[in-house]
Design a protein around this ligand. Structure first.
Ligand SMILES: [Zn+2]
Length: 295
């Protein structure tokens, strides 16, 4: 390898350690959790070691594996979860980097098997778009790695049921930022839900945002399938034909599925002012029944 090649690999190692520090500082990877990868060449992938905190890695701690996960170099043993990263890289030649961790707010959705609601925030729509939830499998082996394959070709952000997230992109920072975005978004949704209300904009407004993506160089599989064929604000594209595992909306019901009682417009007939006063008094007393008295 040329001296330039060595230089750039060292810079990549430093950048991977920086991403690790951010993951740890943001609370996305407790203790020794999480792992990061970067494809150096066709059959060489730089990755983080097992049983080392991502907040305290040094460039020399990192390992290199081949595309089957066999360790090529590094003093420390590579993460067992590298197979998950390699599964994505094999189906996505454009992906150079993956970040896997357990960011609490996004992982809460993964534990609840709650599809990520759409049509609530424009930045999320543009920078992430549809997010899949892959079925649960015991971490570490090839079966676990294979769970993401059906989704990886159509999204850069996948929740792993009962586990965490994996995000990918053309470089380390891009892959890491997608983790930041999904966790920030899930946090806002959980806070809005606690306030008591989540509002949705329309399919038409969602389509306007999605159509902006090509000009920003961001791919969206829904443009390829035809926006008119996608349920932009309702069920995820990833419910159909990807696997038998189909997360259902329970905590966040899209507006179009919310049943709204029609307002009563016809007032009950009352034949005298006295009867009207009694009816209103009864309704007020009924409403106050069981309520604390105002002060
Ligand atoms: Zn994990």
């Amino acid at each position: 390898m040329s001296s330039n090649g060595l230089m750039s690999e060292w810079k990549l190692r430093e950048e991977m350690c920086e991403v690790g520090r951010r993951l740890y500082a943001k609370g996305f990877a407790a203790a020794n959790d999480g792992n990061i990868s970067y494809r150096l060449s066709e059959d060489r992938v730089l990755c983080t070691p097992t049983r080392v905190s991502k907040g305290y890695m040094k460039p020399d701690d990192l390992c290199i594996v081949d595309m089957d996960g066999k360790q090529i170099s590094g003093q420390r043993k590579r993460s067992s979860e590298i197979l998950l990263h390699l599964a994505i890289m094999k189906v996505r030649p454009d992906v150079r980097s993956c970040v896997h961790c357990h960011p609490p707010h996004a992982t809460a959705f993964a534990v609840a098997h709650e599809p990520i609601p759409k049509c609530t925030m424009p930045e999320f729509e543009v920078f992430l778009g549809e997010v899949a939830i892959a079925p649960y499998e015991t971490p570490g082996g090839q079966l676990f790695a294979d769970t993401v394959i059906p989704y990886a070709k159509d999204t850069d952000t996948i929740l792993l049921a009962n586990h965490g997230t994996i995000t990918c992109g053309p470089d380390l920072m891009d892959a890491y930022f997608k983790t930041e975005i999904i966790d920030a978004y899930c946090r806002i949704l959980i806070l809005a839900k606690q306030i008591g209300r989540v509002n949705y904009y329309s399919d038409e407004k969602a389509a306007e945002l999605i159509k902006l993506k090509p000009s920003l160089g961001i791919r969206d599989v829904r443009l390829e399938k035809g926006l008119e064929n996608c349920d932009l604000c309702g069920n995820s594209l990833f419910r159909e034909g990807y696997s038998d595992f189909k997360p259902e909306h329970q905590a966040f019901i899209p507006a179009k599925f919310q049943h709204v009682e029609p307002a009563k417009t016809v007032a009950p007939a009352v034949d005298s002012m006295e009867a009207l006063v009694k009816m209103i008094t009864d309704q007020v007393m009924g409403a106050m029944n069981g309520q604390p008295t105002s002060c």
